[in-house]
Design a protein around this ligand. Structure first.
Ligand SMILES: Nc1ncnc2c1ncn2[C@@H]1O[C@H](COP(=O)(O)OP(=O)(O)OP(=O)(O)O)[C@@H](O)[C@H]1O
Ligand SMILES: [Mg+2]
Length: 387
């Protein structure tokens, strides 16, 4: 919404894990290197863990974006799945027909598919996101999948990404066989103040930021403190700061602005800046976790379509709001001009009178505008300035 006003080519603080914006903090760099190392080895599991919103999915997406055609990568992000549901979902992701088939038949088809890939000098990579939701027996099923081999080389390799609870699952005594196949693991940490500052500047550079609005040095400490250094929270807060700067016509974002926006956000329902509270087991009660396999498969197939639709709706809403703000600005300007000319004449009039005056009669949609709630709010705000 504020992009064109500040001369930016795109939204700098989107919530989607877009590989174009990937920022290599030391932890992210290490995790990305481990994934690449795992790929070069062609076998064994790589496990990346980290608190909510620290960038696990972003790392996976940026890895997938860097792959060439020799690797067929699929990504699953699921709630709880039984071993059979996992097998079904994985096969469906590789476009294997699974309807009406039992687990044994699906596994057979999956193996045939992997062998065909091998003949084409290609191999399969399975990225399991949100792996903390998988029950231990389903993680064990992943190990079984790695037993599809030819000439002692696995035909499919898996990377696991998940929140901190995933560590607990892997440390269970019955996961010993799985543990022995992990070739590297690492844990993402939130950003410190310097990294937060570099992260924000990095994202802004990707969209051609030329220092408009400028960012005062002392805001980064406040942003780090209130976001706990979690990239997703940093995005939410900084996005709001830019919106605020746009609405208030600021040329610089200062500490006082950050405090103002934080205050506003704290009174909102989203709770986006509250400390993270999602815990293991909470998902168990969600209706999503009770979905059956076919729903998971449908979800997997439909998720990219849904994401595209949401993106499109969000763009339309942005444009509408953008237009409304321009109109408000225009009205604001007219009011200021009118007030100035009236004060020069030594007359004081209320805003309602000004709106009804000749100048605004020229506006095509004047009467329609006055019915709009935001127009009335503007009027109320303007009147309160003068009372
Ligand atoms: N290294 C990074 N570079 C650029 N953006 C990042 C990075 N890490 C996180 N982000 C941003 O932070 C947000 C959250 O990232 P992401 O969805 O990857 O986190 P996550 O760890 O997978 O979260 P969850 O635990 O909820 O699955 C996204 O908007 C993403 O763009
Ligand atoms: Mg994620």
């Amino acid at each position: 919404m504020y992009e064109s006003h500040f001369g930016l080519s795109d939204k700098p603080f989107k919530l989607s894990p877009d590989p174009r914006f990937f920022f290599s903090s030391p932890h992210h760099e290490k995790a990305a290197s481990y994934l690449k190392y795992g790929l070069s080895q062609g076998e064994g599991f790589i496990v990346i863990t980290g608190p909510i919103g620290t960038g696990k999915t972003t790392i996976a997406r940026s890895l997938v974006a860097s792959l060439d055609e020799s690797i067929v990568a699929v990504q699953i992000a699921t709630t709880r799945l039984t071993p059979e549901e996992l097998v079904r979902l994985v096969a469906a992701k590789f476009d294997i027909q699974v309807e009406g088939l039992g687990k044994a038949e699906i596994l057979k088809r999956l193996e045939q598919y992997l062998l065909k890939l091998h003949q084409q000098q290609r191999r399969a990579l399975l990225i399991v996101d949100e792996a903390q939701n998988l029950p231990p027996e389903t993680v064990e099923e992943l190990r079984m999948l790695s037993n599809f081999q030819l000439d002692d080389k696995p035909l499919i390799q898996s990377f696991l990404l998940g929140q901190e609870e995933l560590k607990g699952i892997i440390e269970l005594p019955e996961m010993e066989q799985f543990r022995q196949r992990i070739i590297a693991s690492c844990h993402l940490k939130p950003f410190d103040c310097e990294q937060t500052c570099n992260y924000i500047h990095h994202r802004l550079r990707q969209v051609g930021w030329q220092g408009k609005p400028s960012l005062c040095e002392n805001i980064f400490e406040i942003i780090t403190k209130h976001s706990q250094g979690i990239p997703r929270k940093i995005n939410i807060l900084t996005d709001r700061l830019f919106l605020y700067a746009y609405l208030e016509d600021l040329t610089a974002i200062k500490a006082v602005d950050v405090h103002h926006v934080l205050e506003e956000m704290q009174s909102e329902l989203s709770g986006s800046m509250m400390p993270s509270s999602r815990r293991k087991g909470e998902d168990d009660e969600s209706p999503v976790s009770q979905e059956n396999t076919s729903l998971h498969i449908l979800a997997a197939q439909g998720e990219s379509h849904a994401a595209q639709t949401l993106e499109a709706v969000s763009e339309i809403l942005d444009t509408v709001i953008d237009r409304k703000i321009s109109t408000i600005r225009h009205l604001d300007k007219l009011l200021r001009q009118k007030r100035k000319s009236l004060s020069e004449l030594g007359t004081t009039l209320h805003d309602e009178t000004i709106l009804e005056s000749d100048e605004l009669d020229n506006e095509k949609n004047n009467s329609a505008l006055q019915k709009k709630y935001w127009c009335r709010e503007l009027m109320a705000k303007k009147s309160s300035y003068h009372n």
